[in-house]
Design a binder for this molecule. Structure first.
Ligand code: PLP
Length: 587
């Protein structure tokens, strides 16, 4: 008789009619539910049940069931997921997707969105146990959060704090705080949560023996790579490599990824100038490098764009041009910045003007490449300027950039730290452009939960070891996590889902803009998945009010409301968001 094992995480904020069957297909729902009712709820918010039952006794006595209600939510969650692992894996293998309920209860739908878009009631939920709507119980921050913030402030700078979160109670698209508030999160840790808080598949990866070993035996990858590093890369990071870029250099963060790419670009150029990888450094190169002088430390540069953001470490900060607050008081390289197109919206009404603007920017870029006193070796660009205000440009602009970098022997680095991993409705945003040749390097981080740059050309490997090097050179634990994220994205077809949800959300916002033209200006991100933004003259107030209505939203630049939901954001979440935005605009 086949045994069935199931695991269910229950949080106090969740719908009491929790859909345990959806977390693990095949779980004996009635049994698990009865056990949850029995489990004492006082004193802990998440408890975990593991139900071991026989199909033939479904709905009968639960004598065969084992339950593990616990008082330390995450630790026990991990422990129990570990116990249930073989059965869960078996069940996942048997069922390609979770048995989500056939129909979702669409409690709210923005009138504007409903008028513009098709019905979503047949949509299958990726996280059916999520709250059906945000829960607001106190002003944010509430008393418990205020207490925790006060305590933290004594030892840690909290002046940038947005919200004190309780991740043990956060789930799927919903982020919880300490006061019982549960918000629909369309900011997602500055665009870096890919597949939902407490995603069960990631919990499995996080609790695997492989992960434990990677964490406690963290290798210095350049010197002592673990025996299966190639396997981890090939089945993870490299399995989603942009076309033509089959190698990777892994790093720690988005800024780090960009800096590593810049260093690779400089070494590539100097290698070319010396006559090839086989030509050794001159004595003058070596001596001058130790004095931070040319030619060893050459007067070369990286060209970036006005309003661009590429990070805050020393080198990357010199290419960041979004806001003075990021740069003030930090010495910087005298590197060129080209204008980034400032397009007018709606695009279809300003096509000719926008095309002229893009050509102007391309011409100026080329001029700077040719004339800047420290010649650029690479151009770095974001597919959508994100921190700098969600500025978009057309595929033709990026094709133009690729062409002029090729023509001028300058590398083309695409910074996909924020756009990468599905949010634009393609795995990599630059796939929207139809480039004739791939970028030279693509940098990534955020939703990948690891970081680095992809490249294809062997000449981008420096000619000697230890030139591109550091202690860790990445982290197998994070690479294993990214592999699990990729598997979850593929299992649930999340890139395609994000493209469809994005279209739905964009249409809803477009309709809302008709009713609130002052509130939604320059709507952008059409056909770009959920990577959508608009300008709001009272942006900061809108973000604050949105929180009071149960939605966590971020801003970018001076006045943009930027939407960065996770890849598990679906149409019913879009309805909820639109409905709440409508209320904010009415207030
Ligand atoms: C496009 C882009 N590049 C680089 C970075 C820097 O990444 P990190 O903050 O991980 O250093 C960011 C961060 O927001 C980003 O949006």
């Amino acid at each position: 008789m086949a045994e069935r094992l199931g695991v269910c995480a229950k949080s106090s904020f969740l719908n009491p009619a929790i859909r345990v069957d959806s977390l693990v297909p095949g779980l004996e729902v009635a049994v698990a539910r009865r056990m949850m009712q029995r489990a004492p709820t006082a004193g802990f918010d998440n408890h975990l049940l593991i139900s071991r039952c026989c199909p033939s006794r479904r709905g009968q006595d639960t004598a065969h069931s084992l339950s593990y209600p616990v008082s330390c939510p995450m630790a026990s969650l991990l422990c129990t997921v570990g116990r249930a692992r073989p059965a869960i894996l078996r069940l996942h293998a048997q069922n390609g997707t979770r048995n989500a309920p056939a129909a979702l209860c669409r409690q709210y739908a923005s009138a504007a969105a409903a008028a513009a878009v098709p019905d979503t009631s047949s949509e299958q939920a990726f996280f059916p146990d999520e709250p059906t709507a945000p829960i607001i119980q106190t002003p944010i921050p509430g008393p418990q959060s205020r207490k925790a913030i006060e305590r933290l402030s004594r030892v840690f700078d909290t002046r940038s704090l947005n919200m004190m979160a309780d991740y043990s109670r956060s789930y799927g698209n919903y982020i919880a705080d300490l006061d019982g508030n549960v918000l629909l999160d369309v900011y997602a840790q500055i665009a870096s949560i890919p597949v939902g808080y407490n995603n069960p598949a990631l919990l499995l990866a996080a609790t695997s023996p492989e992960m434990a070993s990677a964490i406690i035996n963290r290798p210095a990858l350049g010197n002592f790579p673990q025996h299966d590093w190639a396997d981890i890369l090939e089945t993870g990071i490299l399995s989603v490599a942009p076309k033509g870029l089959g190698q990777v250099f892994t790093g720690q963060s988005g800024s780090d990824a960009n800096e590593l790419a810049y260093k690779a670009a400089f070494m590539w150029r100097r290698q070319q100038e010396r006559g090839g990888a086989h030509v050794d450094f001159s004595a003058e190169d070596s001596a001058s490098s130790m004095n931070n002088q040319s030619p060893g430390a050459p007067d070369l540069s990286i060209l970036s764009f006005k309003s661009g953001f590429h990070g805050r470490l020393f080198g990357s900060l010199s290419t960041t041009r979004s806001k003075p607050i990021h740069k003030l008081d930090i010495p910087a390289f005298d590197w060129p910045q080209a204008p980034f197109p400032m397009l007018k919206y709606p695009l279809e009404e300003h096509a000719a003007e926008n095309a002229r603007e893009e050509q102007r920017c391309l011409d100026e870029t080329e001029r700077l490449i040719k004339e800047w006193h420290a010649p650029p070796v690479a151009v770095v660009v974001e597919p959508v300027q994100s921190e700098g205000g969600d500025n978009h440009a057309s595929p033709a602009f990026f094709r133009g950039l690729r062409d002029l970098t090729k023509k001028n022997n300058v590398l083309f680095i695409v910074d996909e730290v924020q756009t990468g991993v599905g949010a634009t409705g393609k795995f990599w945003a630059h796939e929207h452009w139809g480039l004739s040749t791939p970028p030279d390097m693509v940098t990534f981080s955020k939703k990948a939960q690891t970081a680095g740059y992809y490249f294809g050309n062997n000449d981008l490997r420096p000619n000697k070891p230890y030139r591109q090097f550091n202690t860790w050179m990445g982290d197998p634990a994070r690479a294993i996590l990214f592999r699990a994220i990729i598997q979850e994205i593929e299992r649930l077809d999340l890139v395609r889902s994000t493209a469809a949800t994005g279209d739905y959300l964009y249409n809803g916002l477009e309709s809302l803009a008709v009713h609130f033209p002052q509130e939604i200006q320059n709507l952008r991100g059409q056909n770009q998945g959920t990577f959508i933004a608009f300008d709001s003259p009272r942006r900061d107030e809108v973000l604050k009010k949105a929180k009071a209505h149960g939605v966590n939203i971020g801003g970018s630049g001076e006045k943009a409301v930027r939407l960065r939901p996770m890849l598990i954001f679906q149409k019913h979440h879009a309805d909820s968001l639109l409905e709440r935005l409508e209320k904010v605009f009415q207030s």
